[in-house]
Write a protein of this length. Structure first.
Length: 199
C-alpha cells in the first residue's frame, strides 16, 4: 500500500499552506524563519528519472513506491528528512523561495561513510545529530545508524520491520512532541528515536 505522507500530517494548522511546482508547504512557522514551514512534502518523482535511479541504487520496491508517491520530504522543521531524486543537471533556484528540492538520495549515498553500502541504502536522516536511516536491500527492513559510525560492521541502534511502519510510527511519535501550530514541546534531542537495541 502506497504511503500518503500528507494525510499523516493533517493534524497541524493549515496557516499559510500552499503548493508550488515541486512541493506542498504545510504549516507556516515564521518564528523559525520568515519563510519556514513545519513540513515540505515533495511532489512525485518523474517516472523516467526514478526508474533509472532506482536501478542504479538497487532500490527496494517499497522505497521506489514511496518516491513514486512523494519525492521525499523535510518534516518537523528538519527534524526528519526523507531523501528524493533530482533530474540530471537540475539546479536549485536559490532566488525563488517557492522552489524546493529534496535532499538528493544519490549524493547522500555517495558521501555516506561505508557502513555497508552493498547491503544498506541511506534514504533518510535525523536533523538533530545526522543519524542515518537505511533500508536493507536484502529484506527491506529499516535501520538507524548513529552519525560517525564508519566501520563496515557498524551496529544499528534501532530498527523497524518495514518502511510503512517506520514512517507511520515516526510521524506519530514526532507529532506528539509538536503542538498543532508547529512549536516543539520538548528538548530537540527527543526528536531522535529512543536509542536501544534493534527491535
Amino acid at each position: 500500500m502506497q504511503i500518503d505522507i500528507l494525510s499523516l500530517l493533517s493534524g497541524f494548522d493549515t496557516a499559510g499552506d500552499h503548493e508550488t511546482e515541486t512541493a506542498f508547504f504545510r504549516t507556516h512557522v515564521p518564528w523559525v524563519a520568515p519563510l519556514a514551514y513545519l513540513h515540505v512534502v515533495f511532489k512525485p518523482a518523474p517516472h523516467d528519472v526514478l526508474s533509472g535511479v532506482a536501478r542504479g541504487l538497487k532500490m527496494p520496491v517499497s522505497l521506489t513506491e514511496l518516491l513514486r508517491g512523494q519525492n521525499g520530504a523535510i518534516l518537523f522543521s528538519g527534524a526528519l528528512s526523507i531523501y528524493g531524486i533530482h533530474r540530471p543537471g537540475q539546479l536549485f533556484k536559490r532566488e525563488d523561495p517557492n522552489f524546493a528540492l529534496p535532499f538528493n538520495i544519490e549524493d547522500e549515498n555517495s558521501s555516506w561513510p561505508p557502513v555497508d553500502r552493498v547491503q544498506f541504502l541511506k534514504f533518510a536522516g535525523y536533523g538533530f545529530d545526522g543519524s542515518s536511516v537505511c533500508i536493507n536491500r536484502n529484506d527491506s527492513q529499516i535501520y538507524l545508524f548513529q552519525r560517525g559510525q564508519r566501520a563496515l560492521n557498524a551496529t544499528p541502534v534501532y530498527s523497524w520491520p518495514n518502511l510503512n511502519l517506520w514512517i507511520n510510527t515516526e510521524i506519530v511519535r514526532l507529532t506528539a512532541i509538536f503542538d498543532h501550530t508547529g512549536r516543539r514541546l520538548v528538548d530537540e534531542a527527543q526528536t531522535l528515536p529512543t536509542v536501544g537495541p534493534p527491535s
